[in-house]
Design a protein around this ligand. Structure first.
Ligand code: ADP
Ligand code: MG
Ligand code: MG
Length: 920
């Protein structure tokens, strides 16, 4: 018979950490911890396969599985020495969800299940602590009422109905803190909760523990499909098919008095990566109290005073876990009357800073290899290292000027400035309008995910370093200040007061996630350490520890990648930045961008408006020295590295004004009639300019344009060469679909090159090649390669033409397409491997067949996207080219592509998933 339920506890377990697919992350790690002898309360895990069965059986648990669960419950009763529903000594359990990938806060946990009017009496008799018993009971009814019976806030500005009842009760009793509620008060709350549930939902609260259990398990499976879980999965690409597991575990109590407590911790500092124990705890508290932000917890170091024994034991466990998992772990623990229990562990989420530092440190500590370190750093995390910080002078001035509003916890480093909004819906809406916003909440919950994603930064009034806001912000790379208790936020009126000042929605505010400062108004931001070293050269690398770590990772990445990295740049300064970031060449220099530069648009327009070849040549002669100067600047910066220069690509109408007012001004300036300009613009009008008179078509009809551009390139090359600087010009002809188009242009380019070399008396190597960006070009790549010395995939156009989708018009339907999973990802962001990718693969094969040494690269926007870079690696391109600021990301992505697709990794991966026993 197939096994659906796995027991753990008593120093042994039926599962282990390799079984995440089946047991979920939480269940697999509980089993692992129990297996290596850590103190884990016993329990069992109902596998993710049951989630699937649950939905297939119209949201019921099949009888066979039910029987298996009952059997394991018996086993748990035996392990605990208690009976489920036993009025004398009741077994209480928690019901915990756990998917394969950790989804913080996505699924709801129910604690203290098994309590009812009879068993609560048993709990009192056993503990002689009625307050504790009723505290457990009211928590249970509250959680069950919310999660299973569905009594939740209705509107975004509402407070939780159970919290409302508690507030009312505290008000009636004239007390401030939850901890001042007496046993009788709590007992009364239980009654009021039950009444509210009955009243608002029509459900009686179930007294029968078995009924409670089935309800809770069903509800965990049910929550897999709730809105916020779906939103989270979308955001992090978690397939719906994975499902969640359910863990049923013996309760331990952190709320039994002053000798009890609960906490969460990271085995290293999750914000900075420092090798120190990092976490928070509360004495006399249960479960979510620490993360929910109801009371502000204490730093873990204080536990040394509160419970030195538990603290020492935790320190030991921290090292055991890091050694065992070879990673930084995130743990949950509870102390019940001085005895420590481990309730969860998983690989800890961390900031980009921390991810990089921990990976590098763990290499030094010999816990992991250099390769493993590279695999652990997501390319996009590097982005965070490149993000701005506040200009210190301006921040100082703001603080001296009395604009420091308050200080909270530095939960997500970085600097953010934006306008205040008080709920997630508004944050999304404002961001959509292009506003920068700071999402400000009393505390955040999983419902706020989308708003948090849309915000520049997140500010909360309650909660600690491990609160929901802090965790999610760090993962998203958002700046976050949490637990800023001076803030009094009024959701209803959309205002907050802080130290006597009132700020309203839309007001500017600045938050420093590195120090926790909250400052009124806007503050200029400043480049990060890495940028100060590499780009501004204003910081000594020796004084820049973040930069040093970054540099180490980059050096490792360079040692392991096979792809070369180029950049898309058309200015000398852009090129210099890219080189500083590690670019090894220019993959795309767009000459048309140069025409918009100073003094160039005039002759360009003259050229377009010319009636005769002679007039056109006169205009082109004016452009020649200007272009030559641009190219020379780039060649100098690139110092012999390859520079791919594309001949003019866009339709000519883009260079002329379209408004009558501007056309009249241009006419006056050029001394020609307005009608003439109007007529020329009209004649250049096209129904579909994207498929119109552009690319090599321009150079074929007006060969003098290509000639001029080639001359500018080669004269610049000659001049640079004469200065003693090496050059590597590569002229690239766009939009080629037929080999004869390329042959026509190639001839012009070569003739010009030879002429220039003769005139200037220098020689230099150069290449002529083409973009592969329309399907015919890819299909006839073998023919095209007889002329082209290189191909560069123009995946923007290739995607448009392969999909038959205009990028500029796609907004209306492409997003919904992605939502409907017609395309898994926006094909303009991530290469559509099965469509566009197949054309690329074909072009690579056919091109190499004709010309084995052909250089192959990509210069579309995809060249900076990690998944697309991986694909380029897989089909054997020589290089990718991306914007200067993405160069470090591309270097790392290229290394990871090489490492993750190395033959030995593949086999070990396969072996692992076999061991896990299931593939979906
Ligand atoms: P999440 O996935 O949101 O972290 P958990 O299942 O870990 O949810 O549970 C929420 C809280 O309840 C945690 O603080 C956890 O430590 C606590 N908890 C869960 N099970 C037990 C238990 N058996 N005894 C005591 N506390 C528990
Ligand atoms: Mg947890
Ligand atoms: Mg193109």
């Amino acid at each position: 018979m197939k096994k659906y339920v796995y027991f753990f506890g008593g120093g042994a377990a039926e599962g282990d950490m390799t079984m995440k697919n089946l047991l979920g992350g939480k269940g697999a790690n509980l089993a692992e911890m129990a297996g290596i002898g850590l103190p884990v309360p016993p329990g069992f895990t109902v596998s993710t396969e049951v989630c699937d069965l649950y939905y297939k059986s119209r949201k019921t648990i099949p009888a066979g599985v039910k029987a298996e669960i009952e059997k394991n419950l018996k086993k748990l009763e035996k392990a605990a020495g208690q009976g489920f529903g036993d009025p004398k000594d009741p077994l209480l359990v928690s019901i915990r969800s756990g998917a394969r990938a950790s989804m913080p806060g996505m699924m709801d946990t129910i604690l203290n299940l098994g309590l009812n009017e009879k068993t609560v009496a048993g709990l009192i008799a056993k503990t002689s602590n009625p307050r504790f018993a009723y505290d457990c009971y009211r928590r249970f009814v509250q959680m069950y009422g919310d999660v299973v019976l569905g009594l939740k806030p209705v509107n975004k500005d509402d407070i939780d109905p159970f919290e409302a009842i508690i507030e009312q009760k505290k008000h009636e009793m004239g007390i401030e803190s939850d901890t001042d509620l007496s046993a009788d008060d709590l007992k009364d709350l239980v009654a009021r909760f039950k009444a509210a549930i009955k009243n608002k939902t029509g459900h009686d609260f179930p007294e029968d523990p078995m009924k409670q259990l089935w309800g809770a398990i069903g509800s965990v499976f049910g929550s897999w499909m709730n809105e916020r879980a779906i939103a989270y999965r979308k955001l992090y690409d978690i397939p719906e098919s994975w499902g969640t597991a359910v863990n049923v575990q013996l309760m331990v109590f952190g709320n039994m008095g002053r000798d009890s407590g609960t906490g969460v911790a990271f085995t290293r500092d999750a914000a900075t990566g420092a090798d120190t124990f990092y976490g928070e705890y509360l004495m006399n508290a249960q479960g979510e109290d620490v993360v929910a932000g109801i009371r502000t917890p204490l730093p873990i170091a204080d536990l040394k005073k509160d419970d030195p024994k538990a603290h020492a034991q935790l320190e030991k466990i921290r090292h055991i876990l890091e050694k065992h998992y070879a990673d930084m772990m995130d743990i949950e623990f509870t102390i019940q009357q001085g005895k420590l229990y481990m309730l969860q562990c998983r690989v800890g989420k961390r900031t980009a800073f921390a991810a990089i530092k921990i990976a590098v440190d763990m290499v030094d500590e010999k816990l992991i290899s250099e390769k493993e370190a590279l695999k652990r750093i997501e390319p996009d995390q590097l982005n965070q290292l490149l993000r701005p910080i506040f200009d210190p002078a301006e921040k100082d001035a703001a603080i001296k000027g009395g604009r420091l509003l308050a200080k909270g916890l530095n939960a997500g480093p970085g600097a953010a400035t934006g306008r205040l909004v008080f709920n997630s819906v508004d944050a999304e809406a404002w961001a959509k309008r292009g506003e920068k916003v700071i999402l400000t909440r009393i505390e955040t919950s999983p419902e706020d995910i989308k708003g948090m994603n849309a915000a520049e930064g997140i500010l909360t009034a309650r909660g600690g370093m491990t609160s929901h806001a802090a965790l999610v912000a760090r993962q998203m790379g958002r700046v976050c200040v949490a637990g800023c208790s001076e803030l009094a936020i009024d959701y209803g009126r959309h205002v907050m007061t802080v130290n006597g000042k009132t700020l309203k929605e839309g007001d500017w505010i600045s938050i420093d996630g590195t120090t926790g400062q909250v400052i009124e108004g806007k503050i200029q931001t400043k480049p990060s350490e890495v940028l100060q070293v590499l780009i501004e050269k204003s910081l000594d690398p020796k004084k820049a520890p973040v930069y040093q770590t970054f540099a180490k990772v980059m050096a490792w990445a360079d040692a392991h990648r096979t792809l070369r990295i180029r950049t898309n740049a058309d200015q000398p300064d852009q090129s210099a930045n890219a080189v500083a970031f590690g670019a090894e060449g220019i993959g795309l220099c767009r000459t048309e961008h140069m025409f918009f530069g100073e003094g160039k648009i005039g002759p360009m327009r003259e050229m377009i408006l010319a009636d005769t070849l002679e007039q056109r040549k006169i205009a082109l002669a004016k452009l020649l020295p200007l272009q030559r100067k641009d190219f020379a600047g780039i060649f100098e910066v690139m110092a012999g590295r390859p520079v791919t220069i594309r001949t003019i690509d866009p339709p000519l109408h883009e260079f002329l004004p379209h408004e009558e007012k501007d056309q009249r001004a241009l006419a006056a300036e050029m001394g020609i009639s307005y009608e003439k300009i109007k007529e020329r613009v009209a004649s250049l009008h096209e129904f579909n300019p994207m498929l119109g008179f552009r690319g090599c078509r321009l150079g074929i009809i007006y060969p003098e344009i290509t000639e001029m551009q080639a001359r500018a390139v080669f004269e610049a090359a000659a001049a640079t060469k004469k200065k003693g600087i090496d050059v590597g010009p590569e002229v690239m002809i766009p939009l080629v679909g037929h080999v004869k188009e390329l042959a026509h242009q190639e001839k012009l380019v070569r003739q010009t090159a030879e002429a220039v070399m003769k005139e200037q008396g220098v020689t230099f190597k150069y290449l002529v090649g083409t973009m592969i960006e329309i399907p015919r070009g890819a299909i006839t790549a073998d023919e095209i390669a007889s002329v082209a010395e290189f191909f560069s995939f123009g995946t923007n156009d290739l995607t448009q033409t392969t999909l038959g989708v205009s990028r500029d018009d796609a907004g209306r339907f492409l997003r919904p397409y992605v939502d409907k999973e017609i395309y898994a990802k926006d094909p303009f962001e991530v290469i559509d491997r099965d469509g566009v990718g197949q054309l690329m693969r074909m072009a690579v094969e056919r091109g190499r067949k004709t010309r084995p040494g052909i250089k192959l690269g990509i210069c579309g926007e995809h060249g900076g996207d990690p998944s697309s870079i991986e694909f380029c690696h897989l089909i054997g391109l020589n290089y990718v080219s991306c914007s200067p600021f993405r160069v470090p990301i591309a270097r790392l992505a290229a290394a990871r592509a090489a490492l993750l697709n190395a033959p030995e990794t593949k086999t070990s991966k396969a072996a692992k998933s076999k061991k896990a026993g299931r593939k979906r």
